[in-house]
Design a binder for this molecule. Structure first.
Ligand code: SF4
Length: 293
């Protein structure tokens, strides 16, 4: 675990590779130094069905992020950094508390920039009996080197796939090579854990679950992403095509992001997924409430 923590001294935890010394208190793009910041935690019932089960997904929301999405739906946490610094012992206690509450998993939300701190806490918590599946719930901009450290530790990977186009990624999330890095990361995640495995109670135990948020005007590049998943990952990839986009944060200043998606855009995205051959789509949400045009 010391190896993972030492990466913070010349930080390349995520593909930004800022090279700052977080152990000395310096901060890079993610504005997080030695200690992780937790904005909230608890049993969550709004996640995908196989994560929620009967007793909820034990979510831990980390503040700050390695991405700068102009439309972030959690911007007060991801961009404004609201939360409390936690030590390894405190983070381990949170994990054990969620397990004691009966949660089906530990769902690490926005974990990319705090992987070493998470590993430190998992080691402590495991010694005290933590045995739930770990869910790595990231924006999908993850480095292969860091993912390899997680091989055998993370049970369920739940990355976003946000864009299929570099210019859109640069404009909306401040990172041009997102599509290339994201696809390589998803391949590595699938190599480690395979397709999503769900037990008899309907609860996920291991594997890959991909989230794809549809944006107005086809900005999310759905067609390319679902083709990639079907052709280069697996037609059995469990995918949540999400319709809940709402303009917030800086999206309100960008005309193309200034509205919800329409019902037609949502159905088009589902058609793209089915035509590509994907056969495990998460429950369909919010369709009735979408505007027709
Ligand atoms: S984790 Fe943070 S400091 Fe480290 S490379 Fe990524 S953005 Fe930079």
């Amino acid at each position: 675990m010391q190896v993972a923590l030492s990466v913070l001294g010349d930080c390349s935890v995520c593909p930004r590779s800022c090279g700052v010394n977080r152990l000395a208190g310096d901060m890079g793009k993610c504005r997080t130094s030695r200690q992780a910041i937790v904005s909230s935690y608890g049993a969550h019932f709004g996640e995908e069905t196989p994560l929620v089960g009967r007793y909820g997904s034990g979510t831990i929301f980390f503040a700050n992020c390695d991405l700068e999405c102009l439309f972030c739906q959690n911007y007060s946490t991801s961009q404004l950094g609201e939360g409390q610094k936690v030590s390894g012992d405190e983070l381990a206690d949170i994990m054990l508390t969620l397990q004691a509450q009966g949660c089906h998993n530990i769902n690490l939300v926005s974990p990319t920039h705090v992987v070493p701190q998470i590993l430190e806490a998992v080691e402590i918590a495991t010694k005290s009996g933590l045995n739930l599946p770990l869910v790595y719930n990231s924006g999908g901009y993850d480095s292969i080197e860091t993912l390899k450290i997680l091989d055998g530790i993370v049970d369920i990977y739940m990355p976003d796939m946000k864009y299929d186009d570099e210019e859109t990624a640069r404009e909306l999330s401040g990172i041009r090579n997102y599509p290339e890095v994201n696809k390589a990361a998803v391949k590595e995640m699938h190599r480690q854990t395979g397709d999503l495995e769900i037990d008899r109670e309907g609860v996920a135990q291991r594997g890959l679950l991909v989230r794809h948020l549809i944006l107005p005007h086809r900005l999310a590049g759905t067609k390319g992403i679902v083709r990639f998943l079907s052709e280069e990952i697996s037609a059995n990839t469990y995918v949540n095509i999400m319709a809940q986009y709402r303009p917030c944060y800086k999206a309100l200043q960008i005309p193309r992001l200034g509205r919800r998606i329409s019902s037609a855009e949502f159905h088009e995205a589902l058609s793209f997924a089915r035509e590509a051959g994907l056969n495990r789509l998460d429950r369909i949400q919010f369709v009735e409430s979408l505007p027709v045009r």
